[in-house]
Design a protein around this ligand. Sequence first.
Ligand code: AVJ
Length: 326
Amino acid sequence: MNLRLHPDSQVKNDHIDGFRSDVLEGLHGNPKKLSSKYFYNKKGDHLFQKIMTMPEYYLTKSELDIFKNKTADLANLITPDNEPFDLIELGAGDAMKSTFLLKYLVEKGTDFSYMPIDISGNILSILNKKLSQEIPTLKIIPLEGEYFEMLQKAASLSSRRKVILFLGSNIGNMSLEETENFCKDLNQNLASDDVVLIGFDLKKNPHIILNAYNDKEGITAAFNLNLLTRINTELDADFDLKEFQHYQTYDPVSGACKSYLVSLKDQNVTIGNDLISFKENELIDMEISQKFSPEKIQELSEKSGFKIIGEIKDSKKWFVDTVWQV
Ligand code: AVJ
């Protein structure tokens, strides 16, 4: 595997500068936009862990059902011959689901290293600590940063066959166009026996989907608002959190589940030396969590040059883990 730099990652050698310029560019645009990849600071990691335990947030439970109860099937799809390989996880988080697969492979005596990639150094150190206790013999190489940058790093550390995990419908945080480009890039940079395990949240009753992102307790709202707090502290800004309100939508036709923050009045916000003006009811586009039909998944794989060699659904058939080969 010989990965190119993703165009996105080339400008971002410095963490804060990338954050500042992304935020300013997004808020100077029309419509205003912030990137959900910045949700994951320490507080954001904690809020997302709370989201995963909410009864409404079925995604984690559905995929956990697959990883817990269909572990052998998963292992068979990604490593049919049990030959040595590297297991790279994009957006690993706390690796709660993948731990079941890791344990299974270690018990089977499979020779592999685990390379979790995440944008949050905080969650990676939690993961590292937890996994070294739970599976002491596992070789863990945590990689903090953006997906493609760290994939390249992983490829430079080892030349074994790659199995890439991209779970939790993390792929849904990109627009459909970005998703297609991402999959094409991935395809161009993998060797022919490498595989990618991608988790997709499937279209289902729209109430179930909307409720997962619109909890009464306001945890999802706090998760969104936390990005404004992060901008306040890290970029010297003065967002008044009381004057922004979370608004969630789901369009069952396109499958786009989107979150916004609504400005509750005409107001100015300063970010360092920059001034951003909001009209009353003006929106900040915060996050997309795209939902997929089986046909769309098939189409995406074909357009990006992959072949789907297997898929496993949870018992409710709400979520699917698919295995893609070049
Ligand atoms: C971590 C990207 C899979 O989009 O479902 C949860 C993030 N946002 N609730 C998702 C999220 C609001 C989550 N992913």
